[in-house]
Write a protein that binds this ligand. Structure first.
Ligand SMILES: *Cc1c(COP(=O)(O)O)cnc(C)c1O
Length: 344
Protein backbone atom coordinates (compact mmCIF):
# COMPACT_ATOMS: atom_id res chain seq x y z
CA UNK A 1 0.00 0.00 0.00
CA UNK A 2 1.43 3.33 -0.97
CA UNK A 3 0.76 6.16 1.42
CA UNK A 4 -1.48 8.99 0.30
CA UNK A 5 0.34 11.72 -1.57
CA UNK A 6 -1.16 15.20 -1.54
CA UNK A 7 -0.75 16.03 -5.21
CA UNK A 8 -0.30 19.77 -5.70
CA UNK A 9 1.46 19.44 -9.06
CA UNK A 10 -1.51 20.35 -11.23
CA UNK A 11 -5.28 20.70 -11.31
CA UNK A 12 -5.15 18.24 -14.22
CA UNK A 13 -4.82 15.64 -11.43
CA UNK A 14 -8.41 16.40 -10.39
CA UNK A 15 -10.60 13.30 -10.37
CA UNK A 16 -14.08 13.20 -11.87
CA UNK A 17 -16.93 13.42 -9.37
CA UNK A 18 -19.33 10.51 -8.72
CA UNK A 19 -21.99 12.39 -10.68
CA UNK A 20 -19.63 12.59 -13.65
CA UNK A 21 -18.94 8.86 -13.60
CA UNK A 22 -22.67 8.17 -13.40
CA UNK A 23 -23.33 10.57 -16.28
CA UNK A 24 -21.01 8.51 -18.50
CA UNK A 25 -23.06 5.40 -17.83
CA UNK A 26 -26.33 7.15 -18.58
CA UNK A 27 -25.23 9.23 -21.61
CA UNK A 28 -27.24 9.07 -24.84
CA UNK A 29 -24.69 8.26 -27.52
CA UNK A 30 -24.49 8.60 -31.30
CA UNK A 31 -21.85 9.01 -33.99
CA UNK A 32 -20.25 12.42 -33.54
CA UNK A 33 -18.44 11.84 -36.85
CA UNK A 34 -21.90 12.52 -38.35
CA UNK A 35 -22.76 15.18 -35.74
CA UNK A 36 -25.27 12.73 -34.24
CA UNK A 37 -24.15 12.36 -30.64
CA UNK A 38 -26.87 14.14 -28.65
CA UNK A 39 -24.67 14.46 -25.56
CA UNK A 40 -21.83 16.06 -27.52
CA UNK A 41 -24.33 18.43 -29.14
CA UNK A 42 -25.73 19.35 -25.73
CA UNK A 43 -22.24 20.06 -24.35
CA UNK A 44 -21.39 22.20 -27.37
CA UNK A 45 -24.60 24.23 -27.06
CA UNK A 46 -24.11 24.72 -23.33
CA UNK A 47 -20.45 25.70 -23.82
CA UNK A 48 -21.28 28.21 -26.53
CA UNK A 49 -23.89 29.79 -24.27
CA UNK A 50 -21.63 29.93 -21.20
CA UNK A 51 -18.71 31.28 -23.25
CA UNK A 52 -20.88 33.91 -24.95
CA UNK A 53 -20.24 32.66 -28.49
CA UNK A 54 -22.43 31.40 -31.36
CA UNK A 55 -21.07 27.88 -31.47
CA UNK A 56 -18.61 25.50 -29.81
CA UNK A 57 -16.75 22.29 -30.57
CA UNK A 58 -15.51 19.48 -28.31
CA UNK A 59 -11.82 18.65 -28.76
CA UNK A 60 -9.70 15.99 -27.01
CA UNK A 61 -7.24 18.42 -25.41
CA UNK A 62 -6.47 22.05 -24.75
CA UNK A 63 -3.34 21.97 -26.87
CA UNK A 64 -5.32 20.71 -29.85
CA UNK A 65 -8.04 23.29 -29.17
CA UNK A 66 -5.52 26.14 -29.17
CA UNK A 67 -3.89 24.78 -32.33
CA UNK A 68 -7.21 24.58 -34.18
CA UNK A 69 -8.06 28.16 -33.19
CA UNK A 70 -4.63 29.32 -34.36
CA UNK A 71 -4.61 27.42 -37.67
CA UNK A 72 -8.17 28.35 -38.57
CA UNK A 73 -7.47 32.06 -38.19
CA UNK A 74 -4.00 32.58 -39.67
CA UNK A 75 -2.04 32.13 -42.88
CA UNK A 76 1.39 30.60 -43.18
CA UNK A 77 4.23 33.05 -42.56
CA UNK A 78 2.24 35.41 -40.37
CA UNK A 79 3.23 36.51 -36.88
CA UNK A 80 1.36 35.72 -33.68
CA UNK A 81 1.54 38.03 -30.66
CA UNK A 82 1.36 36.51 -27.19
CA UNK A 83 2.71 37.02 -23.69
CA UNK A 84 6.33 35.77 -23.53
CA UNK A 85 5.60 33.13 -20.85
CA UNK A 86 2.35 31.89 -22.35
CA UNK A 87 1.60 28.19 -22.65
CA UNK A 88 1.26 28.35 -26.46
CA UNK A 89 4.81 29.69 -26.89
CA UNK A 90 6.42 27.55 -24.18
CA UNK A 91 4.51 24.33 -23.55
CA UNK A 92 2.85 23.25 -26.77
CA UNK A 93 5.89 21.96 -28.66
CA UNK A 94 5.78 24.81 -31.20
CA UNK A 95 2.75 23.45 -33.03
CA UNK A 96 1.97 26.98 -34.26
CA UNK A 97 5.35 27.01 -36.06
CA UNK A 98 5.44 23.38 -37.21
CA UNK A 99 1.85 23.20 -38.51
CA UNK A 100 1.06 26.87 -39.17
CA UNK A 101 4.50 28.23 -40.18
CA UNK A 102 3.77 31.10 -37.80
CA UNK A 103 6.40 33.20 -36.09
CA UNK A 104 6.07 34.18 -32.44
CA UNK A 105 6.11 37.82 -31.37
CA UNK A 106 6.48 37.51 -27.59
CA UNK A 107 5.52 40.52 -25.48
CA UNK A 108 6.84 40.37 -21.92
CA UNK A 109 4.00 41.11 -19.55
CA UNK A 110 3.72 42.06 -15.89
CA UNK A 111 2.18 39.18 -13.95
CA UNK A 112 1.03 37.75 -17.29
CA UNK A 113 -0.62 40.97 -18.44
CA UNK A 114 0.69 42.52 -21.67
CA UNK A 115 0.93 46.29 -21.89
CA UNK A 116 -1.68 47.54 -24.38
CA UNK A 117 0.56 50.26 -25.77
CA UNK A 118 3.35 47.76 -26.36
CA UNK A 119 0.98 45.41 -28.18
CA UNK A 120 -0.09 48.39 -30.31
CA UNK A 121 3.54 49.24 -31.08
CA UNK A 122 4.34 45.66 -32.07
CA UNK A 123 1.28 45.64 -34.36
CA UNK A 124 2.43 48.87 -36.00
CA UNK A 125 6.02 47.73 -36.46
CA UNK A 126 4.76 44.50 -38.09
CA UNK A 127 1.99 46.15 -40.03
CA UNK A 128 0.04 43.73 -42.22
CA UNK A 129 2.00 40.71 -40.97
CA UNK A 130 0.29 39.78 -37.70
CA UNK A 131 -2.39 37.09 -38.00
CA UNK A 132 -3.46 36.64 -34.40
CA UNK A 133 -3.08 37.90 -30.84
CA UNK A 134 -3.38 35.32 -28.10
CA UNK A 135 -4.19 36.13 -24.47
CA UNK A 136 -3.92 33.57 -21.67
CA UNK A 137 -6.56 33.92 -18.95
CA UNK A 138 -5.79 32.93 -16.28
CA UNK A 139 -2.05 33.08 -16.94
CA UNK A 140 -0.53 29.79 -15.88
CA UNK A 141 3.20 30.51 -15.47
CA UNK A 142 2.58 33.92 -13.95
CA UNK A 143 0.80 32.08 -11.12
CA UNK A 144 -2.82 31.86 -12.22
CA UNK A 145 -3.16 35.59 -12.66
CA UNK A 146 -6.31 37.14 -14.05
CA UNK A 147 -6.24 39.36 -17.14
CA UNK A 148 -8.35 42.43 -16.28
CA UNK A 149 -11.34 43.27 -18.48
CA UNK A 150 -9.91 46.73 -19.25
CA UNK A 151 -6.73 45.13 -20.56
CA UNK A 152 -8.71 42.82 -22.86
CA UNK A 153 -10.72 45.80 -24.08
CA UNK A 154 -7.51 47.75 -24.70
CA UNK A 155 -6.00 44.91 -26.71
CA UNK A 156 -9.21 44.69 -28.74
CA UNK A 157 -8.95 48.42 -29.44
CA UNK A 158 -5.40 48.29 -30.79
CA UNK A 159 -6.22 45.08 -32.71
CA UNK A 160 -9.12 46.85 -34.41
CA UNK A 161 -7.05 49.96 -35.08
CA UNK A 162 -4.46 47.82 -36.90
CA UNK A 163 -6.73 46.08 -39.39
CA UNK A 164 -9.09 44.10 -37.14
CA UNK A 165 -6.48 41.56 -36.05
CA UNK A 166 -8.13 38.46 -34.58
CA UNK A 167 -7.89 37.68 -30.87
CA UNK A 168 -7.78 34.21 -29.29
CA UNK A 169 -8.20 33.61 -25.57
CA UNK A 170 -6.36 30.59 -24.16
CA UNK A 171 -8.97 30.21 -21.46
CA UNK A 172 -7.71 26.91 -20.19
CA UNK A 173 -8.79 28.22 -16.74
CA UNK A 174 -11.22 30.89 -17.91
CA UNK A 175 -13.79 30.16 -15.22
CA UNK A 176 -11.15 30.61 -12.50
CA UNK A 177 -10.75 34.13 -13.88
CA UNK A 178 -14.51 34.70 -14.14
CA UNK A 179 -15.05 33.57 -10.54
CA UNK A 180 -12.17 35.73 -9.27
CA UNK A 181 -13.56 38.79 -11.04
CA UNK A 182 -17.15 37.85 -10.23
CA UNK A 183 -18.22 38.31 -13.84
CA UNK A 184 -19.81 36.03 -16.44
CA UNK A 185 -17.24 34.19 -18.57
CA UNK A 186 -18.86 35.82 -21.61
CA UNK A 187 -17.57 39.19 -20.39
CA UNK A 188 -14.02 37.85 -20.67
CA UNK A 189 -14.51 36.44 -24.17
CA UNK A 190 -16.37 39.44 -25.62
CA UNK A 191 -13.24 41.06 -27.15
CA UNK A 192 -12.08 37.68 -28.50
CA UNK A 193 -12.93 35.92 -31.77
CA UNK A 194 -12.20 32.49 -30.31
CA UNK A 195 -11.69 30.88 -26.92
CA UNK A 196 -10.43 27.54 -25.64
CA UNK A 197 -11.62 26.18 -22.28
CA UNK A 198 -10.29 23.06 -20.50
CA UNK A 199 -12.97 20.88 -18.92
CA UNK A 200 -10.32 18.69 -17.33
CA UNK A 201 -8.56 21.08 -14.94
CA UNK A 202 -10.32 22.77 -12.03
CA UNK A 203 -13.67 21.74 -13.52
CA UNK A 204 -12.69 18.08 -12.88
CA UNK A 205 -13.91 16.38 -16.06
CA UNK A 206 -11.67 13.43 -16.94
CA UNK A 207 -10.98 14.43 -20.56
CA UNK A 208 -11.60 17.22 -23.00
CA UNK A 209 -11.67 20.87 -23.90
CA UNK A 210 -14.04 23.03 -25.91
CA UNK A 211 -13.36 25.83 -28.36
CA UNK A 212 -15.92 28.48 -29.19
CA UNK A 213 -16.44 31.28 -31.69
CA UNK A 214 -18.66 32.25 -34.61
CA UNK A 215 -20.66 29.64 -36.53
CA UNK A 216 -18.36 30.21 -39.49
CA UNK A 217 -15.26 29.66 -37.36
CA UNK A 218 -16.67 26.43 -35.93
CA UNK A 219 -17.28 25.13 -39.47
CA UNK A 220 -13.62 25.53 -40.32
CA UNK A 221 -12.65 24.23 -36.86
CA UNK A 222 -14.42 20.96 -37.76
CA UNK A 223 -12.11 20.58 -40.77
CA UNK A 224 -8.99 21.35 -38.76
CA UNK A 225 -10.01 18.95 -36.01
CA UNK A 226 -10.42 16.17 -38.57
CA UNK A 227 -7.08 17.02 -40.17
CA UNK A 228 -5.36 16.87 -36.78
CA UNK A 229 -6.96 13.54 -35.94
CA UNK A 230 -9.27 14.93 -33.29
CA UNK A 231 -12.59 13.77 -34.65
CA UNK A 232 -14.19 11.21 -32.35
CA UNK A 233 -17.16 8.82 -32.47
CA UNK A 234 -19.41 8.11 -29.45
CA UNK A 235 -17.78 11.05 -27.73
CA UNK A 236 -20.81 11.52 -25.49
CA UNK A 237 -18.88 9.53 -22.89
CA UNK A 238 -16.48 12.49 -22.78
CA UNK A 239 -19.15 15.15 -23.21
CA UNK A 240 -21.41 13.87 -20.40
CA UNK A 241 -18.98 14.59 -17.54
CA UNK A 242 -18.14 17.84 -19.32
CA UNK A 243 -21.78 18.91 -19.00
CA UNK A 244 -21.73 18.04 -15.29
CA UNK A 245 -18.50 20.04 -14.99
CA UNK A 246 -20.06 23.15 -16.51
CA UNK A 247 -23.26 22.80 -14.51
CA UNK A 248 -21.85 21.94 -11.08
CA UNK A 249 -18.17 22.81 -10.79
CA UNK A 250 -17.87 26.48 -11.72
CA UNK A 251 -19.06 28.10 -8.49
CA UNK A 252 -16.83 25.97 -6.31
CA UNK A 253 -13.65 27.26 -7.98
CA UNK A 254 -13.64 30.00 -5.36
CA UNK A 255 -12.85 27.32 -2.76
CA UNK A 256 -9.64 26.52 -4.65
CA UNK A 257 -8.82 30.19 -4.59
CA UNK A 258 -9.38 30.31 -0.83
CA UNK A 259 -7.13 27.27 -0.28
CA UNK A 260 -4.36 28.76 -2.46
CA UNK A 261 -4.60 31.99 -0.54
CA UNK A 262 -4.37 30.25 2.85
CA UNK A 263 -1.34 28.22 1.70
CA UNK A 264 0.45 31.28 0.32
CA UNK A 265 -0.26 33.50 3.30
CA UNK A 266 1.24 31.01 5.76
CA UNK A 267 4.31 30.15 3.69
CA UNK A 268 5.28 33.55 2.30
CA UNK A 269 8.49 34.50 4.08
CA UNK A 270 8.91 31.14 5.83
CA UNK A 271 12.64 30.22 5.78
CA UNK A 272 13.21 32.53 2.81
CA UNK A 273 10.33 31.30 0.64
CA UNK A 274 9.14 34.25 -1.46
CA UNK A 275 5.63 34.42 -2.85
CA UNK A 276 4.46 37.40 -4.87
CA UNK A 277 1.12 37.68 -3.08
CA UNK A 278 -0.23 39.93 -5.84
CA UNK A 279 -0.17 36.89 -8.14
CA UNK A 280 -2.19 34.71 -5.78
CA UNK A 281 -5.50 35.47 -7.44
CA UNK A 282 -6.85 32.02 -8.30
CA UNK A 283 -5.77 28.42 -7.65
CA UNK A 284 -2.01 28.55 -8.36
CA UNK A 285 0.83 29.52 -6.01
CA UNK A 286 4.43 29.99 -7.21
CA UNK A 287 7.01 29.62 -4.44
CA UNK A 288 10.33 31.27 -5.25
CA UNK A 289 13.18 29.54 -3.43
CA UNK A 290 16.05 31.69 -4.74
CA UNK A 291 16.75 32.97 -1.21
CA UNK A 292 15.58 29.94 0.74
CA UNK A 293 17.80 27.45 2.53
CA UNK A 294 16.51 24.61 0.32
CA UNK A 295 16.69 24.93 -3.44
CA UNK A 296 13.69 24.12 -5.62
CA UNK A 297 14.77 20.63 -6.64
CA UNK A 298 15.59 19.64 -3.05
CA UNK A 299 12.29 20.96 -1.73
CA UNK A 300 10.41 18.98 -4.38
CA UNK A 301 12.23 15.71 -3.61
CA UNK A 302 12.12 16.11 0.19
CA UNK A 303 8.44 17.02 0.11
CA UNK A 304 7.60 14.05 -2.06
CA UNK A 305 9.28 11.73 0.45
CA UNK A 306 7.15 13.30 3.17
CA UNK A 307 3.94 12.97 1.17
CA UNK A 308 3.28 16.11 -0.85
CA UNK A 309 4.01 16.53 -4.55
CA UNK A 310 4.95 19.84 -6.19
CA UNK A 311 5.98 20.74 -9.70
CA UNK A 312 9.20 22.61 -10.37
CA UNK A 313 8.49 25.17 -13.09
CA UNK A 314 11.80 27.03 -13.13
CA UNK A 315 15.31 26.86 -11.62
CA UNK A 316 14.09 28.47 -8.43
CA UNK A 317 10.31 28.15 -8.67
CA UNK A 318 8.03 25.44 -7.30
CA UNK A 319 4.33 25.48 -8.13
CA UNK A 320 1.39 24.40 -5.98
CA UNK A 321 -2.06 24.07 -7.54
CA UNK A 322 -5.32 23.64 -5.62
CA UNK A 323 -8.41 21.81 -6.85
CA UNK A 324 -11.44 19.81 -5.73
CA UNK A 325 -9.57 16.75 -4.41
CA UNK A 326 -7.43 18.88 -2.09
CA UNK A 327 -9.30 19.33 1.20
CA UNK A 328 -8.74 22.04 3.79
CA UNK A 329 -7.01 19.39 5.93
CA UNK A 330 -4.73 18.57 3.00
CA UNK A 331 -3.78 22.24 2.78
CA UNK A 332 -2.79 22.29 6.47
CA UNK A 333 -0.92 19.00 6.12
CA UNK A 334 0.94 20.26 3.04
CA UNK A 335 2.01 23.38 4.95
CA UNK A 336 3.27 21.25 7.87
CA UNK A 337 5.15 18.92 5.51
CA UNK A 338 6.93 21.82 3.80
CA UNK A 339 7.99 23.13 7.18
CA UNK A 340 9.18 19.64 8.06
CA UNK A 341 11.15 19.45 4.79
CA UNK A 342 13.06 22.55 5.90
CA UNK A 343 13.73 21.08 9.35
CA UNK A 344 14.94 17.63 8.30
C1 LIG B 1 -3.26 23.05 -19.61
C2 LIG B 1 -3.13 24.21 -20.49
C3 LIG B 1 -3.29 24.10 -21.88
C4 LIG B 1 -3.41 22.78 -22.60
O1 LIG B 1 -4.39 21.92 -22.20
P1 LIG B 1 -4.19 20.33 -22.30
O2 LIG B 1 -5.56 19.83 -22.06
O3 LIG B 1 -3.19 19.95 -21.29
O4 LIG B 1 -3.75 20.01 -23.71
C5 LIG B 1 -3.24 25.26 -22.62
N1 LIG B 1 -3.04 26.46 -22.04
C6 LIG B 1 -2.88 26.60 -20.73
C7 LIG B 1 -2.67 27.96 -20.14
C8 LIG B 1 -2.89 25.49 -19.90
O5 LIG B 1 -2.69 25.63 -18.59
Amino acid sequence: MSKKIIDLRSDTSSSPTAEMIESIRLADLGNDGFGEDPTVNELQELSAKMLGKEAALLVPSGVQGNLICILAQTRKGQFMIGEADCHIFNNEDNGYADFGSLRALPVKGVRGVMDVEEVGNVLESHSGQVGLITVENTHNRAGGTVIPIENLAGIKKVADANGAIKIHVDGSRLFNAAVALNVEAGELTKPADTVMLCLSKGLCAPVGSVIAGSTEFIESAHEWRRKLGGQMRQAGIIAAPGIVALKTMVGRLQEDQRKASRFATVLNGYEGIAIDMATVQTNIVNLDLARARLNAATLVSKSLELGVAFFQTDDTVVRAVFYNDISDDDVETAIELIKKAFRT
